[in-house]
Design a protein around this ligand. Structure first.
Ligand SMILES: C[S@@+](CC[C@H](N)C(=O)[O-])C[C@H]1O[C@@H](n2cnc3c(N)ncnc32)[C@H](O)[C@@H]1O
Length: 308
């Protein structure tokens, strides 16, 4: 039986990132002794910790993340479970090689909790937040070749505009792209503050004071482009379906409509091919109680499917 307090405790105790929809993840992932489970986006280990405590004895948890710093924290957080947990610094696009490297052929369940963690957002040196001064970086994986600096300073105006529209659905994409290109003729755009100020100047004054900060969509779009996040979701899901045992579960938590749409359509297609049964025809969302305790969960959507 799951206890609400158990999870609410973990909201209070977690230092780095509060795991989203923990009760639902446990309910649908069905972690149990002996099972092999993958956390494809381990971050600082919030969901992993909850899962690790439920697969002992005999189970195996494989923790994947692109971000080495997050993974190091997860590793120390899960040290009590070290015999049953493996950590892999990798993009989940490469889940097949990650598993074969560990001698794992098929898995019982997998969770994807997409996007970035508050641990990453709060670290100003990563340049993910327009509220903190930092270098224009935004890479989840520090060994990746392209950073936000490269895109912002090298894409031409049309390409930049396209990125802002496609990945941020930014209404003022043309104006922002134009001002970015004009500004970088004077000096390269190297910091989050420079970019934020350019975006604010590009948006007409009467449209700057809506519910979200005017730079929100631009930062989201550039982050998604830098990390090629949507391609990763599509490719990661495609590979994962073939790795699940019969009856195995896949849970995907997404935070914006672009990701959710990919998950929804991939699931639909897999269902038509008789590969999976969709368990959540409509995505599940966090309870009011969870949103109150963890406002960052408010836009989460969880979709679940089961391998046939
Ligand atoms: C929302 S956080 C996960 C938080 C975690 N579930 C928890 O409860 O602490 C998302 C994580 O996914 C990682 N990530 C994003 N895209 C990835 C990819 N393609 N492959 C592997 N990890 C990825 C990010 O580096 C980040 O640490």
């Amino acid at each position: 039986m799951l206890k609400q307090e158990r999870f609410l405790d973990c909201y209070v105790e977690t230092k780095f990132h509060v795991p989203v929809m923990p009760q639902e993840v446990v309910k649908y992932l069905e972690p149990a002794p002996g099972k092999i489970i993958v956390d494809a986006t381990t971050g600082t280990g919030g969901h992993s910790e909850i899962i690790a405590g439920r697969i002992y004895p005999g189970g195996r948890l494989i923790c994947i993340d692109r971000d080495e710093a997050s993974l190091a924290i997860a590793k120390s957080r899960l040290s009590a479970y070290r015999d049953s947990v493996a950590f892999v610094h990798s993009n989940f696009i490469d889940i097949d090689s990650a598993l074969s490297g560990l001698g794992v052929d098929k898995i019982d369940a997998i969770v994807f909790d997409l996007g970035m963690s508050t641990f990453q957002l709060d670290d100003s040196s990563r340049g993910l937040s327009f509220q903190k001064e930092g270098p224009l970086d935004m890479r989840f994986d520090k060994s990746a070749y392209i950073s936000a600096y490269d895109l912002v300073n090298n894409l031409n105006e049309d390409e930049l505009s396209q990125v802002l529209w496609t990945f941020g659905q930014e209404r003022w994409h043309n104006r922002i792209a134009h001002l970015v290109v004009e500004s970088r003729h004077q000096q390269p755009i190297t910091t989050t503050r420079q970019l934020r100020d350019i975006v604010v100047r590009a948006i007409p004054a009467r449209f700057r004071h809506f519910r979200i900060h005017p730079a929100t969509r631009t930062f989201q779009a550039i982050r998604i482009a830098v990390n090629r996040e949507l391609e990763a979701v599509e490719a990661g899901l495609n590979k994962t379906v073939g790795l699940l045992k019969e009856g195995g579960r896949i849970c995907v938590i997404s935070f914006h409509s672009l990701e959710d749409r990919i998950v929804k359509f991939r699931f639909k297609e897999f269902a038509q091919q008789n590969k999976i049964r969709i368990i959540t025809p409509k995505p599940l969302v966090p309870s009011q109680e969870e949103i109150r305790a963890n406002p960052a969960s408010r836009s989460a959507k969880l979709r679940v499917a089961q391998r046939i």
